[in-house]
Design a protein around this ligand. Structure first.
Ligand code: IVH
Length: 679
């Protein structure tokens, strides 16, 4: 038991002990098991709390407090390596204002007149590595370990393609011993690929690229490391005299053939750091590797010496950490939602939690196997991740916080909407409700029909569709066009005005282009792009419906799978009946140009490229289709002619010439439309 001091009450002492134990536990997990039970932000919060308490009660500071040490003792799996100089940590800040205070402190300590240049570098979210080159040859690779003693991972490091075995410097420039430090990371694409492989092999997936990188480098068998596509960036050099600046160090690293991060930039003063941080944060998910902040360093290395370091971090650098994208919260329940195709998707109902600027209350769990692999259970505390525009995801459970007696979750046997038995086919990961009359499926099909990119009916979202289906007003999309104002008035939430608005919005949708209607039908494999290709080729729904499978498959961008899916869809009695009810409801089936046009272009295929002066591209295509022709998006041997306007697609013109297809100007095109003859 710790003895109480004069200053600190027992409660503070107890909390300090508890914080130290918690942090050490998480450190061991992070550094030795390449795993983490808590998000970064929560870890930092624990550490901040401990730092504050130690600041208020300096008599409690102990040499082995996690605030005084870096990392954790190295694993016994590897030989120990004592670093020639300790591998330090960085002080962290989480707001731009704090960067300013750091800058002000710097200025006070080093007193440069108008601030000094700084180097901004991405803070790579990997694991730190130290490499030793003797006479230009790589002789050692070591992890950070506890900062003083690391792990010897030389054979593993040798398998990393980004790390040269031999420095690329001129002989005269090669020091006897050169130590470089940097970060090994796993690119996001390699991380996703690795997790796919883990899943196929029935192995637990890595929760993030950092853990995966650490797990890949810290392997007893370097053959495993070799298969993991690790990358590295370096930012620090030891053992070279006469390096006056941080950017000079980076230049040397580059010349030596070591990868240096391309986003690294020298800025004139602390004011310019803000713009760098904001810009990098806005692009963080486009880089292809994970970063968790920006490291700001003083450019002038003479100042590094003057500024020195605290027990664990240099004063000449600071880490600005981006707001966290992971948080833990309570998993209240696991529910199953039914999509328009009947697919049953499990999702997490969470105690709402704020992550990266928005509140997250729901997160997808994808399918039955994913839930089993992650083994998340109602009542668990789980780590939730929301990165950029990506849909929030449950990373995994915090096992240490699992309530006793909890059981693995099992997928329900029946559909929560219609109670019919779920079906999961052998070898498939998805589970389906196969009842075509399932109300939940009906709702989703109509919601899809009404959505943006489809019929785009304002005011007809999920809630209302569910309300109308429950009230017996809608059973499929065609019913929308038979809804009348009196049907709606009196329903909960409807007055005369809102009823009229909705009926008007439905009316507007009757004249949506064919591509939207095709998208709205929700035919398997027919999304916006395929729908647009079909619409511009066939021009109206009746012609499309009467096309043969071969005819469909010959359309550019449409292969056998899509053609078969179309034939299957239009072959169904139910679907044809629904389409007839859409027609009866006044929905236009294309034929944008009136039927009175003479059908001069039957059997002809005319490609338009570039801007015409008399009509838009859409009008030109409509004019072709309206006369019985086709207007595909690309040139083939079957093309009758290519119409070339201003700034045409060079590839189309070249291909037409190569295939001997006639090239027409706008005037000749107008003649062709009238006569059907090639001029
Ligand atoms: S400089 C003495 N620069 O962040 C200065 N560190 O939180 C040592 N890191 O241990 C570090 N990117 O593992 C530095 N551009 C960068 C970095 C970086 C990532 C890691 C490194 C360090 C940790 C500190």
């Amino acid at each position: 038991m710790s003895t109480e001091t004069n200053d600190a009450p027992a409660a503070v002492l107890a909390r300090v002990d508890e914080l130290r134990a918690l942090i050490k536990g998480y450190d061991a997990q992070y550094y030795l098991e390449d795993a983490s039970d808590i998000g970064d932000a929560e870890y930092d919060a624990l550490k901040d709390e401990l730092l504050t308490l130690e600041e208020q009660h300096p008599e409690l500071i102990k040499a082995d407090s996690p605030t005084q040490t870096v990392g954790t003792a190295p694993s016994a799996l590897f030989a120990a390596v004592t670093h020639r100089t300790p591998m330090m940590s960085l002080d962290k800040v989480t707001t731009l204002e704090e960067i300013l205070s750091w800058g002000a402190r710097l200025q006070k300590l080093s007193a440069p007149e108008d601030g000094s240049p700084l180097v901004c570098e991405p803070k790579i979210d990997g694991l730190s590595i130290s490499l030793t080159y003797e006479n230009g040859r790589l002789t050692r690779g070591a992890t950070r370990g506890d900062g003083r003693v690391g792990e010897d991972v030389t054979p593993n490091v040798r398998t990393v393609a980004a790390i040269p075995g031999q420095l690329a410097l001129a002989q005269s420039e090669i020091p006897e011993v050169l130590e470089v430090r940097g970060e090994v990371y796993l690119p996001v694409s390699a991380f996703e690929e690795l997790n796919r492989r883990q899943a196929t092999a029935g192995l637990r997936s890595f929760s993030n690229p950092r853990n995966a990188a650490a797990g890949s480098l810290r392997q007893k068998d370097p053959g495993i490391t070799a298969g993991r596509a690790l990358g590295a960036f370096f930012y620090q050099v030891d053992g070279v005299r006469g390096l006056a600046t941080q950017s000079g160090s980076l230049d040397l690293l580059r010349r030596a053939g070591l990868p240096v991060n391309p986003e690294t930039t020298v800025v004139p003063n602390i004011g310019a750091v803000f713009a760098y941080c904001r810009d990098l944060e806005s692009r963080r998910h486009e880089l292809g590797y994970e970063i968790d902040g920006v490291v700001v360093k003083v450019e002038d290395r003479a100042l590094h010496v003057r500024l020195g370091a605290t027990s664990h971090a240099p004063r000449w650098a600071v880490a600005y950490k981006f707001p966290p994208e992971e948080q833990s919260t309570r998993l209240e329940d696991i529910l199953v939602s039914i999509g328009r195709t009947g697919r049953a998707t499990p999702f997490a109902k969470l105690q709402p939690v704020r992550i990266a600027g928005s509140v997250v209350g729901l997160a997808s769990l994808h399918n039955e196997d994913q839930v089993r692999l992650k083994d998340v259970r109602p009542g668990d505390t789980v780590v939730v991740r929301k990165a950029g525009d990506v849909i929030p995801e449950v990373v995994g459970p915090v096992l240490s916080a699992r309530p006793p007696g909890s059981e693995p979750w099992s997928f329900p046997k029946t559909c929560p909407s219609c109670a019919s038995r779920f079906v999961r086919l052998d070898g498939e990961s998805d589970t389906y409700c196969v009842n075509a009359h399932c109300p939940a499926q009906r709702v989703q099909r109509i919601v899809h029909f009404s959505s943006r990119g489809a019929m785009d009916i304002e005011g007809l979202g999920e809630q209302r569709v569910a309300q109308f289906v429950a009230a017996g007003l809608l059973s499929d999309a065609a019913d929308c066009y038979h809804l009348q104002v009196p049907d709606l008035i009196g329903l909960e939430g409807f007055g005369e005005l809102s009823a009229m608005n909705l009926v008007a919005a439905i009316d507007d949708s009757r004249s949506k282009p064919l591509a939207n209607l095709l998208t709205a039908l929700g035919i398997r494999h027919v999304g916006g792009t395929v729908a647009a290709a079909l619409a511009s080729t066939f021009g109206d729904l009746d012609r499309l419906m009467s096309a043969s499978e071969e005819e469909l498959a010959s359309v550019e961008g449409i292969g056998g799978v899509i053609a078969a899916s179309l034939v299957r869809y239009f072959g169904s009695e139910d679907n044809r009946a629904m389409i007839e009810r859409l027609r009866a409801g006044g929905v236009q089936f294309g034929a944008a140009v009136g039927p009175q046009l003479s059908q001069t272009l039957i059997g002809k295929s005319i490609v338009v490229t570039g801007t015409l002066s008399g009509l838009s591209r859409e009008e030109a295509e409509a004019a072709i289709i309206g006369r019985g022709g086709k207007s595909p998006g690309s040139v083939s041997a079957k093309t009758t002619a290519v119409v070339v306007g201003d700034s045409p697609g060079a590839a189309k013109v070249t291909k037409a010439e190569a295939l001997g297809v006639r090239v027409l100007d706008e005037q000749e095109f107008v003649k062709l439309l009238e006569t059907g003859e090639l001029p």
